[in-house]
Design a protein around this ligand. Structure first.
Ligand code: SF4
Ligand code: SF4
Length: 238
């Protein structure tokens, strides 16, 4: 079991990682890769990446989010995030997913059955932040406080105590890529909460409102290959 990281810690201490990944705690690979001492060390992020990108979740980067130039830019992105939250909760903008999203946000009882079914949590050394419920709960608290009418006043009563800041939203964006949307968690949840869907909606928010997403591997291949640059559907990934 890893150290206890609380949901409300997600927006704190931007100058250090929220957690670190210890290779010794990861689930062993099959032979001949099962002896960790025989494997090469993980490549560390370069100085350039550390300076220019957001790397303060777990020391890895999926989204390559650039750091904002100044406080004004930071605020612009945070405001866009709140706009995105409100859109996710509106019928006009999200009629296809609104109902299952709201059901999943309203009814979790915290039993953690989903964590036992999640391969990311299990293989990732049972780190608190890789629980299906960690990102969902952070998102739930942001929705309750900043997207629901009167949320700021009721925050103290309903436990919606996550700070809304640049650190929170960028860690949440990275966390949405510590899940592969398999929805095993949803299959075992006794009341049908779909943490995979919540992750999907978080990704959608960052993609649509902030233009940040990670293209599928096939598209990244086409993006890298000059012959396919700017052709057909691959143009959208430039
Ligand atoms: S199994 Fe369902 S109710 Fe239990 S913690 Fe996970 S999402 Fe919540
Ligand atoms: S959908 Fe995500 S959180 Fe749920 S089991 Fe799969 S990887 Fe884990």
């Amino acid at each position: 079991m890893s150290e206890k990281i609380r949901v409300k810690d997600i927006g704190k201490n931007p100058d250090q990682n929220l957690t670190t990944v210890d290779p010794a705690k990861l689930i062993p690979l099959p032979p001949p890769y099962d002896k960790i001492e025989d494997q090469p060390e993980w490549k560390k992020l370069s100085e350039g990446a550390l300076e220019s990108m957001v790397c303060n979740l777990d020391g890895f980067v999926a989204l390559s989010l650039p750091k904002p130039e100044n406080k004004k830019e930071e605020k612009k992105y945070v405001d866009q995030f709140v706009e995105g939250l409100k859109k996710l909760l509106s019928k006009e903008n999200n009629w296809t997913f609104l109902q299952p999203l709201m059901l999943s946000l309203e009814y979790c009882v915290g039993c953690q059955t989903c964590s036992d079914a999640c391969h990311i949590y299990e293989a990732g050394g049972e780190n608190e932040i890789y629980r299906p419920t960690y990102r969902s709960e952070a998102f739930r608290r942001l929705v309750n406080r900043y997207a629901k009418p009167g949320g700021k006043f009721t925050a103290a009563l309903n436990g919606a105590d996550v700070d809304l800041n640049w650190t929170t939203i960028t860690r949440l964006a990275e966390l949405a890529y510590r899940c592969n949307l398999c929805r095993r968690c949803a299959q075992v949840c006794p009341i049908g909460v779909d943490n995979g869907l919540i992750t999907h909606e978080i990704r959608k928010l960052f993609s649509q409102e902030l233009g940040r997403y990670r293209p599928p591997a096939r598209c990244r291949f086409f993006h890298r290959d000059e012959r396919y640059r700017g052709k057909g559907q691959h143009r959208i990934h430039r």
